[in-house]
Design a binder for this molecule. Structure first.
Ligand SMILES: CC(C)(COP(=O)(O)OP(=O)(O)OC[C@H]1O[C@@H](n2cnc3c(N)ncnc32)[C@H](O)[C@@H]1OP(=O)(O)O)[C@@H](O)C(=O)NCCC(=O)NCCS
Length: 484
């Protein structure tokens, strides 16, 4: 607090009181009767006074002060004083001991303290993971964690993955509706040329693919996406209309699968493979890895995984992409931000780790001791637990059935391990409701379809970019509500 507080008496004039405020460079005077505060005259009162046009030398403080101000005691916690100011919209609170004024706390004092407060004593309570906090409204998609359900524009996402092509779902997210046959044809035609890597990016791609001592596909990808935006002269989203921003989004979504595979091959000293003009989405994806037309069952399995991961409410990477867009930055910047968030092992980096887990466990007998030991050592079991789902993750159920359908080599073992992990987590982490998430069977499916573990997270990114872009388009369209 500031002590002593600057004071005035009720019978003084406004001119005298404001003169004192100016002299002491304060925004309020406490009006006292002896030592007892009976009112407060603040900048807010003075604005009202000025608007009245009255004469400051002929008007008494008592006529414009706020009577009986809320006060705090000198020994209250700073957080309490902050709450009083914030909740009631005040900027100054007199501090009293008994009846006597001993000082004043102003917003300025608290901000000074806030800057040096240790971070573990946050002044306001922010729910973990922003649970329940409305950060934006969206009609792209949402997750109902308790029900084990998520949707894309109100369509059950799992059903879409079962029945529709990836391009259909992409159309749904961008255009708001599933395509008619004519629209589908036009949409696929629109995508086809956009899958090609722009020439200026293609020229530097070998250097990007081999720049690191180790090959980290997502690092290479985010660099390449940044180049696509730069080479394509992507403008700030603030300056673009919907059609122009959509064009940038189409290009980035279409080219990312090509970039993923080209970077992987270039790093291994192999030439990139051009997209196949006639193959469906998943088949083309695998084709660009090997140059061979893949088994349609495997291609469809990968595509189904890609459909399930297109969007998932306000997950960390989607939130990131929206935050970047809210500043009016260009679309590539937002997608690069999304890739950065996705690269964390707790978000998109889990599928290869989940597969490694199976390898480490080795045999069904070893599952229980292995998992118990890991959990007791405070480790997280990759592919289990979810921020929102507190029941079975519907994506995990779908991918388990996909893994069974394609008779994935590791599926039986994975099912045994899943059971054990769920049991052990229920015993050692009771009440946390931890089940297999999307990543657990994703690794099993992708492994069986011939994708190397290094490409698991990039494959996640290859379709999640569609969800990011749908959110970016929506965020940009709501400029009035932007957070910048
Ligand atoms: C996804 C994840 C980050 C969600 O976390 P969250 O909902 O914020 O949950 P918390 O981090 O608060 O964890 C809650 C409790 O469950 C435990 N827990 C959560 N996931 C766990 C896991 N996979 N293995 C072991 N314990 C786990 C935590 O240790 C914590 O225990 P505590 O209360 O004794 O401290 C978390 O479940 C996780 O790290 N999973 C493994 C990584 C993964 O598979 N990621 C892919 C997500 S699709």
């Amino acid at each position: 607090m500031s002590s002593p507080a600057v004071t005035a008496t009720p019978s003084e004039t406004i001119a005298e009181a404001t003169g004192r405020m100016r002299e002491h460079k304060v925004g309020s005077v406490v009006v006292v009767d002896g030592a007892r505060p009976i009112g407060i005259l603040t900048e807010r009162d003075l604005v009202r006074f000025a608007a009245s046009g009255a004469d400051a030398s002929a008007t008494k403080v008592s006529e414009w002060m706020t009577d009986d101000p809320d006060c705090v005691a000198p020994d209250v916690e700073v957080t309490e004083a902050w709450r009083s100011l914030a909740e009631r919209g005040y900027r100054h609170i007199p501090v009293v001991r008994g009846d006597a004024l001993v000082g004043i706390v102003s917003m300025r004092d608290l901000v000074r303290i806030a800057q040096i407060r240790p971070v573990d004593q946050a002044l306001t309570d922010v729910p973990k993971g922003l649970a329940g906090v409305v950060v934006a409204e969206t009609s792209v998609g949402d997750v109902r964690g308790q029900e084990g359900f998520y949707h894309y524009r109100q369509y059950n996402a799992v059903e879409l993955a079962e029945k529709r092509s990836l391009e259909d779902v992409w159309h749904l997210l961008f255009e708001g509706e599933l395509p008619t046959p004519e629209q589908r044809k036009a949409f696929v035609e629109e995508i086809r040329p956009l899958r090609e890597i722009p020439t200026s990016v293609r020229d530097v791609l070998p250097a990007v693919a081999t720049a690191g001592e180790r090959f980290i596909p997502l690092d290479a990808l985010r660099t390449a996406v940044s180049l696509v935006g730069y080479a394509g002269d992507f403008r700030p989203s603030l300056d673009l209309d919907h059609a122009a921003l959509r064009a940038d989004a189409m290009q980035v979504c279409a080219v990312i699968p090509t970039l993923v595979m080209a970077l992987y091959r270039l790093n291994r000293g192999e030439a990139p493979i051009e997209p196949h003009p006639d193959l469906p989405y998943g088949a083309n994806y695998l084709y660009m890895l090997t140059g061979e037309v893949p088994d349609p069952e495997k291609a469809r399995a990968v595509e189904q995984y890609q459909i399930t991961t297109i969007d998932h409410g306000f997950n960390a990477s989607t939130f990131t992409a929206r935050v970047v867009t809210s500043t009016g930055a260009d679309l590539a910047a937002a997608v690069v931000g999304g890739i950065g968030a996705l690269s964390g092992p707790l978000h998109g980096g889990a599928p290869s780790r989940a597969l490694e887990l199976l390898d480490h466990i080795g045999t069904a007998d070893n599952a229980r001791p292995f998992i118990e030991n890991a959990v007791r050592n405070g480790e997280r079991i990759m592919g289990f637990g979810h921020r929102v789902y507190k029941t079975d993750d519907p994506r995990s159920l779908l991918l388990r059935s996909v893994a069974e359908r394609i008779r994935a080599g590791k599926v039986d073992f994975a099912k045994q391990v899943e059971q054990t992990v769920v049991q052990v987590l229920a015993e050692l982490k009771p009440g946390r409701d931890l089940y297999a998430n999307v990543e657990f069977y994703a690794g099993v499916v992708m492994d069986h379809c011939g994708l190397p573990p290094e490409l698991f997270t990039p494959t996640f990114a290859s379709s999640r970019v569609i969800g990011w872009c749908a959110n970016i388009l929506e965020q940009a369209a709501r400029r009035s509500g932007r957070w910048a």
